[in-house]
Ligand binder design. Structure first.
Ligand code: ATP
Ligand code: MG
Length: 395
């Protein structure tokens, strides 16, 4: 009898024709998070198995952060389809626990077995009761659920269920470029997008010396948190100083943010195109600030053709914060370093910007040349999920 980690992939099993495409990617993503460990991963129609002698807790804690997994179980593979043999081994396993109540649940993918799942459960329950004194069946609230899957050539037995994150394996739905600021929203937007199978690259606009080194390190730290769910992340760092200063000097201040964001969108769209990212992703949320009214979003969005995904468009801030805490980006996001948006904030930003005015004002700055230089000289960092120590003393 081998003890393995069993992976179930709920939503994926609805993918009929291209299920193998999803499963190969899931297997590769699992292997990626376990790459320093000695493991073997294989799968058949409905189940994936991690075979390893490594510490199960370590393996499971990493696998719980891989998208596309519905449930994780510590499972015993019994190399038999003989009921008596299966019952004996199950009883032996159960003797290890000190239990009062249980319930048996059976699945029967071996259709040659003449009994129904319910009959199999009843029979197994009877064997357990007969062999372990003082144990009782409790169908409503059992201490342990004894799951038995009767398959064609072997049998799976498992007791505990650990919930997976769900979603689709990262990379199965292509690539997106996340506009990653140091704030609370954009890491959450990235996380939710990766959950739908989209592999992220990220882009960050900095304005040194107006923004500090710490602000950049904070974004790197957030990218590292997202890399946990994304394998590695390429982080594109754009030096936005010259564009921002020239907007500040030449354009009426109520339009600063609108024009600045139009520039960010233009640059992001070009980087996305160069990196084969099919969408931009950002943390905008309807009504959150002046630049996120519908008129503002429309004036800003109109400079690009690439689709823009805004996973948080309809989220309340408190709900966003709850996710940020659960993915452990919140504590980093609230560190008090200035972002380039916050430095050049006008007193009265326009709430309903006029697209034509934006176009007129933009003629006052040589933005095409500046964008070209920006992109030509930008820095790309490959961010891995390895823990960094930098901020630990600040958190
Ligand atoms: P966040 O929205 O991440 O909490 P924020 O509230 O400071 O940060 P906003 O001004 O609301 O940012 O900007 C909306 C979105 O625009 C952000 O969620 C992010 O996707 C993008 N963005 C803002 N500033 C930057 C930046 N410096 N670099 C990259 N993207 C940015
Ligand atoms: Mg925001």
């Amino acid at each position: 009898m081998e003890k393995v980690i069993l992976i179930k992939y709920g939503e994926l099993s609805t993918k009929k024709d291209n299920i193998n495409y999803f499963l190969t990617r899931l297997r590769d993503n699992i292997l990626f998070v376990l790459k320093d460990l000695n493991v073997k991963v294989d799968y058949d129609k409905g189940r994936m198995f991690i075979h390893t002698k490594e510490d199960f807790e370590t393996v499971i804690s990493r696998v719980t952060k891989v998208f596309g997994i519905h449930e994780i179980n510590i499972c015993y593979i019994i190399e038999s389809i003989d009921f008596k043999e299966i019952a004996d081994q199950t009883v032996n396993l159960l003797k290890e626990f000190s239990l009062k109540t249980f319930k048996v649940e059976s699945k029967r993918s071996n259709k040659r077995i003449p009994l129904t799942s319910i009959e199999l459960s009843k029979n197994m329950g009877a064997q357990i009761l007969k062999n372990i004194p003082n144990l009782k069946v409790d169908v409503n609230n059992p201490e342990v659920l004894v799951n038995i899957e009767y398959r064609n050539s072997n049998t799976l037995v498992y007791f505990e269920q650990i919930k997976g994150l769900g979603g689709y394996p990262v990379g199965t739905l292509g690539k997106g470029l996340l506009m990653l600021s140091g704030g609370i929203d954009s890491p959450v937007a990235g996380y939710l997008t990766s959950k739908r199978g989209v592999k992220l690259e990220a882009i960050y606009f900095e304005s040194p010396p107006h923004t500090s080194h710490e602000a950049k390190d904070k974004v790197i730290s957030l990218a590292r948190k997202l890399a946990i769910y994304n394998n590695d992340i390429n982080l594109h760092i754009i030096n936005f100083t010259e564009i921002q200063e020239s907007i500040y000097k030449n354009i009426p201040h109520e339009y600063l943010i609108t024009i600045m964001r139009r520039m960010m969108y233009r640059i992001s769209a070009i980087i996305a195109y160069n990196r084969n990212c099919k969408v931009l992703v950002n943390g905008e949320s309807i009504g959150q600030v002046a630049s996120q009214t519908l008129t503002s979003m429309s004036a800003i969005n109109s400079v690009v053709n690439i689709p823009v995904i805004r996973p948080l468009a309809c989220f309340d801030k408190l709900d966003i914060i709850a996710i940020a805490k659960s993915i452990e980006t919140y504590e980093t996001s609230i560190l008090p370093f200035e972002d380039c948006c916050t430095i050049f904030v006008p007193k009265h930003p326009v709430i309903n910007p006029d697209k034509h005015k934006c176009e007129e004002y933009e003629k006052l700055i040589p933005y095409e040349e500046l964008i070209y230089q920006n992109i030509k000289n930008h820095e790309i960092l490959k961010i891995t999920s390895k823990e960094e120590k930098q901020f630990e003393d600040l958190l």
